[in-house]
Design a protein around this ligand. Structure first.
Ligand code: APR
Length: 170
């Protein structure tokens, strides 16, 4: 499984599936969630609403899959990261963040998707410390043994994350 680091906008990446840092409502938001819905168009929201009607909200650490609409990707996996709670429940939050990555990879495998792009989940509006989140993202992906996934792309939108990942992936 090849690991690639890119600084840029995940809505522009041509891969089988891009991962969205969603919230439990699955009905869109700001940050990368807003960017994916804006660029992908209403089909993504329609499928999110269908999922909501079928199974209710998406729990933190869980992942669901929809069309990618007008994005260059084929699919979007929506996963809900933990909100950072000033370190009072850090071990639990770290596990939930790791679950976002492993559950997204599992869902990609189950849908025979071979290339997957992740944003830096929970490090924006959810305020997770970037360095801890980066260690969790890298460790979760490197520890995930897959027979079918060929490439995982870490997409950093902001320079702080990009510098962190460049350093950690050396
Ligand atoms: N492409 C890639 N990464 C992006 C993009 C983009 N177009 N836009 C923002 N990001 C990055 C941010 O710089 C941050 O590093 O995504 C990372 C996650 O930040 P958020 O999008 O704020 O997500 P998160 O911190 O997980 O908070 C999720 O925010 O948007 C709402 O509905 C969402 O309630 C949920 C919450």
């Amino acid at each position: 499984m090849k690991i690639t680091l890119i600084k840029g906008d995940i809505t522009k990446i041509k891969v089988d599936v891009v991962v969205n840092a969603a919230n439990s409502s699955l009905l869109g938001g700001g940050g990368v969630d807003g960017a994916i819905h804006r660029a992908g168009g209403p089909m993504i929201l329609h499928e999110c609403q269908d999922i909501r009607n079928r199974q209710g909200k998406c729990k933190t650490g869980e992942a669901v899959i929809t069309t990618a609409g007008n994005l260059p990707a084929k699919k979007v996996i929506h996963t809900v990261g933990p909100v950072y709670n000033d370190g009072n429940r850090l071990e639990k939050e770290k596990q939930l963040l790791a679950d976002c990555y492993s559950n997204s990879l599992k869902l990609a495998e189950a849908n025979d998707l071979k290339t997957i792009a992740f944003p830096n989940i929970s490090t924006g509006i959810y305020r997770f410390p970037k360095s801890i989140a980066a260690d969790i993202e890298i460790e979760s992906v490197l520890n995930y043994k897959s027979e079918t996934i060929e490439e995982v792309i870490f997409v950093c939108f902001d320079d702080e994350n990009y510098q962190l990942y460049k350093e950690k992936l050396k």
